[in-house]
Design a protein around this ligand. Structure first.
Ligand SMILES: NC(=O)c1ccc[n+]([C@@H]2O[C@H](COP(=O)([O-])OP(=O)(O)OC[C@H]3O[C@@H](n4cnc5c(N)ncnc54)[C@H](OP(=O)(O)O)[C@@H]3O)[C@@H](O)[C@H]2O)c1
Length: 274
């Protein structure tokens, strides 16, 4: 596993496991996390909104792996932002996960009118030491520009929808210039696109003797982007983590970049309502 160093010195495995809809029951969630940890995953992405923090925490506690070896992200949901309940929501996530501390706490979406003020609560949570890093999710460049004018703690991460149909180059460049690490959600295009059948990617997969998913994940890493593919299947979890034994060339990367069509599977961050 390779690591990226966040702007406050915290190290994060560059490939993590997404967990949205990873299981229909707590047992399924638990088993998927145990399988991922057995396979070598050391970075788990969850959120209060996914309703799976408790079985994830249980799987981590019972894995036999040292707490400090596993990087755990969870997120503050928009309705709690609206209620001014950031600290209460954070305490609830801490209680459900029950793993002592949270590695990375993210604002899940920019809440219109509150996308800057929420950061003051996030900074207090960070200063309490219970979250080792704080960051954002789904912030566009204009949201980040507003926030950066007021922030005393620079966000460590911005987790956004990012895949070859939505390469977000301008946002990535802005993040890089400001010390914010970009992270890709739906890195494989989720089940809502046919990205894995894309002929350009199939050709690259054949050339490198890798799967299309592995090509896409490697492309993220080559761009300095952390990726959190979700899989409930141990076989596909193993496939997705086996991306550290090959490199893409610059022309390969440019071919993938050229697939961009600014296609979002998720809601536009300016349109979200809570
Ligand atoms: N911050 C946010 O607002 C936000 C929004 C959405 C998602 N996320 C995070 O990002 C994570 C990943 O995004 P996502 O779950 O939407 O999409 P994704 O990781 O791009 O794709 C997941 C889909 O691809 C399948 N898959 C996984 N590996 C595969 C492989 N090697 N070959 C073929 N199919 C494969 C999965 O099915 P199987 O499970 O059957 O393998 C699942 O249907 C989420 O789980 C969540 O943690 C964050």
């Amino acid at each position: 596993m390779n690591f990226a160093t966040l702007n406050n010195g915290v190290e994060v495995p560059v490939l993590g496991l997404g967990t949205y809809n990873i299981g229909r029951s707590d047992d399924e969630v638990y088993n998927a996390i145990r399988s991922a940890l057995d396979l070598g995953y050391r970075h788990i992405d969850t959120a209060a909104m996914y309703g799976n923090e408790a079985p994830i925490g249980k799987a981590i506690r019972e894995s036999g792996i040292g707490r400090e070896e596993i990087f755990v992200t969870t997120k503050l949901w928009g309705s709690d932002v609206l209620k001014g309940n950031a600290r209460g929501a954070f305490e609830q996530s801490m209680h459900k996960l029950d793993i002592g501390y949270i590695d990375l706490y993210l604002v899940h979406w920019p809440v219109r009118g509150n996308h800057v003020s929420v950061w003051f609560d996030m900074q207090k949570i960070f200063l309490s030491g219970a979250a080792k890093a704080i960051g954002l999710s789904n912030y566009l460049k204009h949201h980040l520009e507003d926030l950066m004018k007021e922030a005393s703690v620079v966000p460590a991460v911005n987790q956004v929808e990012l895949h070859p149909y939505l390469i977000q180059q301008e946002l990535i460049d802005y993040c890089a210039e400001n010390g914010i690490r970009p992270e890709a959600w739906s890195p494989l295009g989720s089940s809502k696109t046919r990205l894995l059948d894309e002929p350009v990617l199939v050709e690259l997969a054949e050339k490198h003797n890798k799967s299309v998913a592995q090509i896409i994940l490697r492309w993220n890493l080559e761009r300095g982007v952390i990726a959190i593919p979700k899989s409930s299947s141990p076989e596909r979890q193993a496939e997705n983590i086996a991306v550290f034994d090959f490199r893409l060339s610059q022309p390969d990367i440019e071919k993938i970049n050229s697939l961009d069509k600014n296609h979002r599977t998720g809601i536009h961050p300016d349109k979200i309502e809570f």
